[in-house]
Design a protein around this ligand. Structure first.
Ligand code: ZN
Length: 130
């Protein structure tokens, strides 16, 4: 018997449905140490426990750090330059994501409030909010 019981807790299908259809971002939280993350894992990267549960993550947060990308990945060929940031979500989860509107260092600052924006593109896309 697994620590999480017989019910699957976190599937790619559930994640994609939430992300694309419901406007929700799902992640996992460790029942032992309460570490939260968006990336799908089988073991908690903090304590190694298998006792993970699916949680809905906050969709707003603040920029912890950022860089402006001038050499884009294929998905963002038409968007470069753009910001790429570490974001502290309001629930304490740290995620990384794109800020297409940040065309230079003048357009983004550490501490800026951001909101996740649904998109057909890969990864989390954020926009600044006042
Ligand atoms: Zn843990």
């Amino acid at each position: 018997m697994s620590e999480t019981g017989s019910k699957p807790i976190y599937t790619i299908d559930a994640f994609e449905h939430g992300y694309q259809e419901e406007g929700k971002i799902f992640g996992t939280e460790c029942s032992q140490c309460h570490h939260r993350q968006m990336t799908q894992v089988l073991l908690c990267p903090s304590c190694g426990s298998k006792a993970l549960k699916q949680i809905e993550l906050a969709t707003t947060g603040k920029v912890r750090s950022f860089t402006v990308q001038n050499v884009p990945s294929d998905e963002f060929l038409n968007d470069a330059p753009y910001g790429y940031a570490l974001v502290d979500l309001d629930d304490g989860t740290v995620v990384s994501g794109w800020l297409p509107e940040a065309k230079s260092e003048k357009d983004i600052q550490i501490g800026d409030k951001v909101q996740w924006k649904k998109s057909y593109k890969v990864g989390l896309i954020f926009e600044k909010v006042q």
